[in-house]
Ligand binder design. Structure first.
Ligand SMILES: NC(=O)c1ccc[n+]([C@@H]2O[C@H](COP(=O)([O-])OP(=O)(O)OC[C@H]3O[C@@H](n4cnc5c(N)ncnc54)[C@H](O)[C@@H]3O)[C@@H](O)[C@H]2O)c1
Length: 353
């Protein structure tokens, strides 16, 4: 009988890590899942017992600490979901710039050393924030139905009505967070080359759903709906305080089909585009995109009236329109998002009520 596949999930008690642990256990109970988390994310300890009940071996430890990693069992695959995930991390709030690099880049390198030692494959949860800020900030936009819409696309740069695709530039500035992830992607690909283990870079846009703890840095959709429910003050920040800025969102459980194929050793179809097939966008895309003003409208209809203030001055990393194009994931992996934005928002609402 073949030995069971062993999967190590870092950041297992965070939003994405815990969601994917649950999905893997449900779809493939034969996969042995170990979860590592340092519980830096407030609220993450609440996932320990539910995950243990599903058979996930949850361990406290830090991806930056070689001693913690030495104590772990060997694995066939690492799914790296441990990070400091905020675009503002390092420039505002309590997280230092060094901490962003330490958790996100040094932590990744430690995990790659683990993969090298055990001959394990590596799957990085990367982000749309690797894409350059300047061309996105300079985008010409108009407001339609309370939402920005680009008036001119740059298909030469990989920016179309479907969103930002994998051709889009990644040169800095892209935020400390974005660059820490871009460096992680590059180091992972270099380790793959040098030591012959498989690497997949799953670049995700905004991820949203129940299981987020409702803080702003964990994602705007959950933060907004939960704040609305709790009657906490909200503001449209930047862009003249109109709330027209647009983001798309994806439920992380929608990643499970592609994750399971990656774990099973499947190769993607040929895209014939000359780009590295190991790097791929996964997102809700244009159909799952909404502005803050539209999100407020959704909250008013589903929850009740609320008040949103305005802080007109735009911050350095605020962008008018960030929609991630996942069309290539369709061509490579026959993958598309399954959960509509309305269902995602409703899941957040129900879980927080
Ligand atoms: N949430 C999103 O919208 C989004 C979008 C794109 C990519 N991602 C990526 O997905 C991954 C998970 O994000 P999330 O939203 O679940 O964040 P999260 O904060 O909910 O989860 C991260 C988890 O990692 C743990 N952690 C942090 N540093 C650690 C360390 N050094 N050692 C061990 N554990 C550590 C935290 O305690 C937390 O439980 C991150 O890599 C993030 O960059 C998230």
């Amino acid at each position: 009988m073949a030995a069971a596949m062993r999967l190590l999930v870092t950041g297992a008690c965070g939003f994405v890590g815990s969601t994917l642990c649950r999905e893997v256990r449900a779809a493939r109970p034969d996969i042995e899942v170990t979860g590592l988390d340092n519980f830096r994310r407030e609220g993450s300890r609440s996932n320990v017992e539910p995950l243990r009940r599903l058979g996930v071996a949850v361990t406290e430890g830090d991806i930056r600490d070689p001693g913690d990693l030495d104590a772990l069992p060997a694995a066939d695959w690492v799914l790296d979901c441990a990070a400091e995930p905020s675009v503002l991390a390092g420039v505002s709030g309590s997280v230092s710039s060094f901490d962003v690099m330490d958790h996100n880049l040094i932590g990744t390198i430690r995990m790659l050393e683990y993969c090298k030692r055990h001959g394990a494959g590596f799957i990085l949860m990367s982000t749309s924030r690797v894409y350059s800020i300047a061309p996105l900030a300079a985008l010409a936009v108009e407001v339609v139905d309370g939402a920005y819409r680009p008036t001119r696309f740059r298909s030469d740069l990989g920016l179309t009505a479907a969103g930002i695709d994998e051709r889009f530039p990644t040169a800095p500035p892209a935020s400390l967070y974005g660059v820490s992830k871009r460096c992680s992607e590059l180091v992972a690909l270099e380790y793959a080359e040098a030591f012959g283990f498989p690497v997949w870079i799953n670049r995700c846009g905004v991820l949203a759903g129940a299981g987020q703890f409702g803080t702003a840095e964990q994602g705007i959709f959950s933060f907004w709906v939960r704040s609305w429910l709790a009657g906490r003050p909200l503001s449209y920040i930047g862009f003249d305080g109109r709330g027209a800025q647009v983001r798309d969102c994806l439920h992380p459980r929608d990643l499970a089909p592609v994750l399971l194929r990656q774990l099973a050793g499947s190769s993607p179809a040929a895209a014939g585009d000359g780009l590295d097939p190991r790097i791929c966008n996964f997102s809700g895309g244009a159909a799952n995109a909404m502005s803050l003003a539209q999100l407020s409208r959704w909250c008013t209809e589903r929850i009740g009236p609320g008040h949103v203030g305005a802080v007109p001055r735009t911050r350095p990393f605020d962008l008018p329109w960030v929609v991630l194009d996942c069309g290539r994931a369709g061509r490579l992996w026959d993958w598309r998002p399954a959960t509509a934005i309305d269902a995602i928002l409703d899941e957040i609402r129900v879980a927080a009520t």
